[in-house]
Design a protein around this ligand. Sequence first.
Ligand SMILES: NC(=O)N[C@@H](CC(=O)O)C(=O)O
Ligand SMILES: [Zn+2]
Ligand SMILES: [Zn+2]
Length: 424
Amino acid sequence: MSSTFLVKGVSVLGAEPTDLLIRDGVVAEVGGDARGAQVVDAAGLVALPGLVDLHTHLREPGREDAETVESGSRAAALGGYTAVCAMANTSPVADTAGVVEQVWRLGREAGLVDVQPIGAVTVGLAGQHLAELGAMATSAAKVRIFSDDGHCVSDARLMRRALEYVKAFDGVIAQHAEEPRLTEGAQMHEGEVSARLGLTGWPAVAEEAIIARDALLAGHVGARLHVCHVSTAGSVDVIRQAKAAGVRVTAEVTPHHLLLTDERATSYDPVFKVNPPLRTKTDVAALRSALAEGLIDIVATDHAPHAVEDKECEWAYARPGMIGLETALSIVLDVLGPDWELIAERMSRTPARIAGLTEHGRTPAPGEPATFTLFDPAARWEVDPTGSASRSRNTPYAGMTLPGRIVATFLRGEPTVLDGKAVK
Ligand SMILES: NC(=O)N[C@@H](CC(=O)O)C(=O)O
Ligand SMILES: [Zn+2]
Ligand SMILES: [Zn+2]
């Protein structure tokens, strides 16, 4: 049934060019029988383990006009991803076994990436009562990551109980760190630019205070904490201290926080409105070096599709968020340079480990699952929002020329992308 592929002349993570024979879902022994194989010319291409996104908004159920599990999966595969973790802020919220199983099943039906649902921490993301974490963990979706993303679990007692609960099955709480009392009415980063524009600011300390509190709680409980979309230099300092103290904390940064600053708000173009907001040059520099060093463990997209009417309006009324699955690897290449080991670590192996996705994050070699992506580092492309596989158009990179392009993606031996195009 399954097809055979011969990937010719590929450089696995920058090593000397070699051939990869793909059969029965795995990479076959070198020199194996390649008769009847479909040849993929991979001269000049780099093979990376399939990327894993720990933070994706797929919008189904509820906002299928903005994205579906299928359209988001297609955007992910085109971006080199083989697995995505779907955030719980859908409608209805993914706070029961029923909803997480629905999302998981839709992911299987689309068959383009592995869709691993994230469960909500609190019922309806309302921050009042713990959701049925155990039922979601033991469901067919086997949820291990829980998050109220979009909202902060701001009640310290609830956060403590959530950490205690997931510790029993080595789960993790992924926190959207935002002290709500410090961000009431916030429109952008609080600083020089917000003062100039007269927009209400979202101060860095609103993020840093929650990360510090949660690190102390996680250390006290002995449970795992993951910090979503870290955006400030001060957060990096807090995470450094927590890690030095032995707290089980991991952290992510988005491509947009690695590249863009709050100066973009001067355009008043709501495509640059996002949570947490774009910060300053100093923050961007601190995030880049923390990522290189490993203090920030991974890159996650926070792909946040929004319908036109929610984005193309006045800044104050626009929803926060940007799409990012198809551009993430190009932005990271631009920011980190062509260090393939580092990119594999931050975009595939470590996110796979945090999410417990053992079939992912493995370098293509004989005996390993054929779950990888082929990337052309020499290509350049112009971002065209209308060319996106996402149902939404809110990319902050429209018109920019980016380095590097995904040529093919394989999931367990089957191509999801070939010649830069989704196969279904
Ligand atoms: N990042 C955003 O600005 N928006 C996200 C929610 C979130 O990640 O906090 C969304 O769901 O649209
Ligand atoms: Zn968030
Ligand atoms: Zn998010």
